[in-house]
Design a protein around this ligand. Structure first.
Ligand code: SF4
Length: 427
């Protein structure tokens, strides 16, 4: 009898150790999520209950958008509120009343908590309940926290969607599975995905958040949800609490990631792999072709990720597997092992992973490794450029449509551009 020879499966970074760091951080708070959420949810308004600091943050993050009468604002807590001289709940009622009179187009109002509102323990959920009672059915009022104490950058979207889940209607569809795509995607990406699902033969699918609050998707035990973004831990838990089940998949970045994501969607809806492949093949080929040109420039180059959006692990996987880049370090604000299981298995074994931040130590590691390109926030980008590093502003990866086949080339372009620019300037 021959002995069984154990087969060593390459599990990538599934069980890899992660450097946990806690210290000074260079990240946004969750309020910044409002910038893309208000564009996606076209009849919603986001009222931050915070300080002038919060108003300044939103204004600078939104850039020129603030001149287009956007659907967000800050109710500024002043000294009287902070000292308890005024009843903040009464003040808030007055502000909301004035706002809804001025903007009758609003159907969904979010009261967004901030560090100051949390520190003085202003009960925004009570306020939301009271105001909802007063303004329903015209306007529903919900609340979530986007504070820097509780949330980092994209976690603001997670908190917002998690607040919406309890008000989603109950699906009356009896037994057939229905597919829910979770995570705010650019409209153009959403339309492309919808076309591919239809080509695959999936009829019962919906996107969450929906563009209008009057058309929220219904959910129930037959709902299978597929995350389109890696930072939705609380939303996923809230959906599971309502009986929906998550479909495990890597995230739809690059040709390979998008194909695997589509395959997961098809399998959850009972379709064969061949059927899905047939529907996605032309788009997949276009994506692979678009990537080839970038691969020539990026292959072998070293990339270092500072933590920012939780998109770092899927992005690193895409850069390593589809463009041949070397990963110096992949930093992420939070590492959700379960939601990232497929991604971690795809990362090259031995990749240096870090969670959280101690910015000075991380800068030292980055300087020692001298990567060809550093992905980091705006606060670090120019100082690192002045030290001779090539940087990519990570915020662009959140604001630009990067998911799906048609965007794969554009996504690679976000990394080739800074390298090409540096070459041109050096020439
Ligand atoms: S919520 Fe907190 S971290 Fe964010 S801008 Fe306001 S004070 Fe700053």
């Amino acid at each position: 009898m021959s002995a069984v020879i154990p087969i060593q499966l390459d599990q990538g970074c599934s069980d890899a150790p992660v450097l946990l760091e806690r210290g000074q951080r260079e990240v946004f708070c969750g309020l910044t999520g409002i910038i893309w959420l208000h564009r996606k949810m076209q009849d919603a308004f986001f009222l931050v209950v915070g300080s002038r600091t919060c108003a300044h943050l939103i204004q600078s993050a939104a850039g020129v958008m603030i001149f287009a009468e956007p659907r967000f604002a800050t109710a500024i807590l002043d000294e009287r509120d902070l000292a308890g001289l005024a009843d903040a709940q009464d003040e808030l009622d007055r502000v909301v009343q004035r706002l809804l009179e001025r903007r009758p187009d609003i159907r969904l109002l979010f009261l967004v908590g901030s560090c100051p509102s949390e520190v003085i323990k202003l009960d925004l959920s009570r306020a939301a309940g009271r105001l909802s009672e007063r303004f329903m059915p015209q306007v529903r009022v919900l609340n979530y926290s986007g504070s820097g104490i509780e949330t980092t950058f994209t976690q603001g979207e997670d908190a917002c969607l998690a607040a919406l889940v309890p008000v989603l209607p109950i699906s009356i569809q009896p037994h057939e599975p229905e597919l829910l795509i979770v995570g705010a995607l650019a409209d153009v990406v959403e339309d492309q995905f919808a076309r591919l699902f239809t080509a695959m033969g999936i009829q019962r699918f919906a996107f969450f958040p929906s563009r209008r609050s009057t058309a929220l998707p219904a959910i129930g035990p037959q709902t299978r949800f597929l995350l389109a973004q890696p930072f939705l831990a609380d939303s996923a838990r809230a959906l599971e609490d309502r009986g929906a089940r998550r479909v495990p998949a890597p995230f739809p970045l690059g040709a390979e990631g998008s194909a695997a994501w589509m395959q997961a969607a098809g399998a959850a809806m009972g379709l064969s792999a061949e059927r899905v492949e047939q529907a996605i093949a032309p788009a997949r080929q276009r994506a692979e072709l678009a990537l080839a040109a970038h691969r020539a420039l990026l292959a072998g180059k070293h990339v270092f990720f500072f933590p920012d959006s939780q998109l770092e692990v899927p992005l690193a996987r895409f850069l390593a597997r589809e463009l041949g880049m070397q990963l110096s370090e992949v930093g992420t604000p939070y590492l959700h092992r379960q939601h990232l299981a497929e991604e971690l298995a795809w990362l090259p074994a031995g990749t240096a992973l870090s969670e959280g931040q101690d910015v000075e130590k991380q800068l030292d590691r980055c300087r020692a490794l001298r990567p060809d390109i550093v992905v980091c926030g705006l606060g670090l980008a120019n100082p690192l450029e002045s030290e001779g590093f090539t940087t990519k502003w990570s915020i662009e990866l959140v604001f630009t449509p990067i998911q799906g086949f048609e965007q794969a080339g554009d996504l690679a372009g976000l990394f080739t551009r800074p390298l090409t620019r540096r070459q041109l300037l050096a020439a």
